[in-house]
Design a protein around this ligand. Structure first.
Ligand code: ZN
Length: 510
């Protein structure tokens, strides 16, 4: 008897359909699975067999062949425990074949037949829906995470027995009823930190506002104790709200990484990731046997904060370059490549020299050679990935006794949200989301300058001998500044302000 049960697996952050063909015939009892790595087959066989027996079903003592197709794509074996078991239990099932043609099963089984929570359920459910399936059986503990997909029936089951009973119409599962009994945490959009805690430093705060609004990579340089880290961390309090598409995109990544809080179910805040400078390649970029997403991917549509940038391993930093440029990263997983998106805002902070006081009011104790070696840790091509250079001035730290007006994060975020909405409209029919993604050939289309703006831009271009890359960056940053002021055309002041964020580059890195 041949039966086909449909299931799903993952490539990167997307799901694909797997057909599980189970053939049970007379002959010497055996149990073979074709289409998985040998270690995984062994484990899947043990789990499926024990789960069936411990759920009080009979395990067929016949010749069993399970074929998983497509054969040429690497599959995650444990997700297929449930569909393989269902294929083996077809003689317990009272349903016509068409029911199975429109149904997907995913789940890892414990030896006692309980279904265990799996990673990546959100992309799996999305893919089942996109492929036109009517219903999907998933582990009960994955329910919350999959609810943001509509247009497909989601059936959360606790164990193999319950699954068979449900298929046979012997029990009903009302998802709405189940949901009433789950406590949901609502993650509040609140932070302990706020920009109103930061005195003075208007130039730096403004730079961070622009970075948040247009997704411009930003680097803060200045002596120790001037508040670089403190200010950089507060950028998360002014990041623009996520739209639904972005929430799902980020949640797919967290779903695969197994990082979704079961009580919340979806990521509804822009990620802020701050790996320590001792972080390894794998933790930063991702990898390992299962090609788990790294920090740069977990920060997709959010912030990757690299504090003490010069302390990171130089090789590791150079490996970040390509993903930052491309907005995606490919990881090898045995013979296969997995591609993850990483459209991430990079916020970096560093001292200008080993002692930290180069170019400041305090005397720097470093030799010229030491300073050069320190700067060389950050390669030119990596520096090229930054749009905004902020020179954090220690004098401004002494503003403590001055009475001054410090804007709250909420006020700043309101402006950022408005600028973000302008970008949403501007890029509606393209695959761009933020001003920083504008390519040089699109500059004329998206960055229109008024007469004086063009004049001053030409002047800067000639006087500072800007490369095309730097000139494009200047216009993109000016675009965001104009958006913050709700201006359609870029004017002289926007260009001049954008250029002021190159000052830190000329001061510390040139
Ligand atoms: Zn120094």
């Amino acid at each position: 008897m041949l039966s086909i049960v449909n299931s799903c697996n993952l490539i990167g952050i997307d799901g694909f359909i797997v057909n599980v063909e189970v053939d049970i015939t007379r002959g010497m009892p055996c149990f073979n699975i074709v289409g998985l790595a040998s270690v995984e087959i062994k484990e899947a066989k043990e789990r499926v067999k024990s789960a069936i027996i411990n759920s009080n079903f009979e395990f067929p003592t016949k010749r069993i062949i399970v074929n998983l197709s497509p054969a040429d794509i690497k599959k995650e074996g444990s997700l297929l425990d449930l569909p393989i078991s269902i294929g083996l239990l077809m003689n317990y099932v009272k349903r016509e074949k068409s029911y199975f043609d429109e149904t997907i099963f995913v789940g890892e089984l414990s030896l006692d037949g309980t279904l265990k929570k799996v990673r990546g359920i959100l992309p799996i459910v999305l893919s089942a829906k996109q492929n036109g399936y009517k219903r999907i059986f998933i582990p009960y503990d994955n329910l919350r995470e999959s609810l943001y997909v509509d247009g497909i029936d989601i059936i959360p089951i606790k164990n193999l027995k319950e699954c068979i009973n449900y298929i046979n119409n012997e029990i009903k599962l009302n998802v709405d009823e189940i949901l009433k009994n789950i406590d949901f945490d609502i993650e509040e959009e609140s932070y302990e930190e706020d920009f109103s805690d930061v005195r003075g430093n208007y130039f730096v705060k403004r730079g961070l506002e622009i970075a948040a609004a247009g997704n411009h990579n930003v680097i803060l340089t200045g002596p120790p104790g001037c508040g670089k880290t403190m200010m950089a961390r507060r950028i998360k309090t002014i990041m623009p709200d996520l739209d639904r598409e972005e929430m799902i995109e980020i949640s797919k990544i967290y779903s695969i990484a197994g990082l979704i809080n079961n009580n919340i179910g979806i990521i509804n805040k822009r990620p802020f990731r701050a790996p320590h400078h001792s972080a390894t390649n794998v933790s930063l970029l991702g990898g390992g046997a299962k090609a788990i997403p790294g920090e740069i991917v977990l920060a997709h549509r959010g912030v990757l904060f690299l504090d003490e940038l010069a302390e990171f391993d130089r090789k590791t930093l150079d490996m970040l370059r390509q993903p930052i440029e491309d907005g995606s990263i490919s990881l090898s997983r045995l013979k296969f490549y997995v591609k993850y998106p990483c459209n991430t805002l990079i916020v970096a902070a560093m001292n200008p020299c080993p002692c930290g006081y180069f170019m400041s009011n305090t005397e720097c104790k470093c030799s010229a050679y030491e300073i050069m070696r320190y700067k060389n840790k950050i390669s030119g091509p990596l520096l090229d990935r930054f749009d905004i250079f902020l020179d954090v001035d220690p004098i401004e730290c002494d503003e403590f006794n001055k009475v001054n007006f410090n804007e709250t994060s909420e006020t700043i975020k309101n402006r950022v949200d408005k600028a973000k909405n302008i970008q949403r409209k501007r890029f509606k029919n393209s695959d761009i989301k933020n001003n920083d993604e504008i390519k040089s050939y699109q500059i004329n289309k998206y960055c229109k300058l008024d007469k004086d703006g063009q004049k001053i831009a030409n002047k800067i271009f000639n006087k500072y001998k800007l490369s095309n890359r730097s000139y494009t960056k200047l216009l993109k940053t000016a675009r965001t500044i104009a958006d913050l002021e709700l201006c359609e055309e870029i004017n002289k002041n926007h260009i001049l302000e954008a250029f002021s964020y190159r000052k830190g580059y000329y001061k510390y890195f040139k």
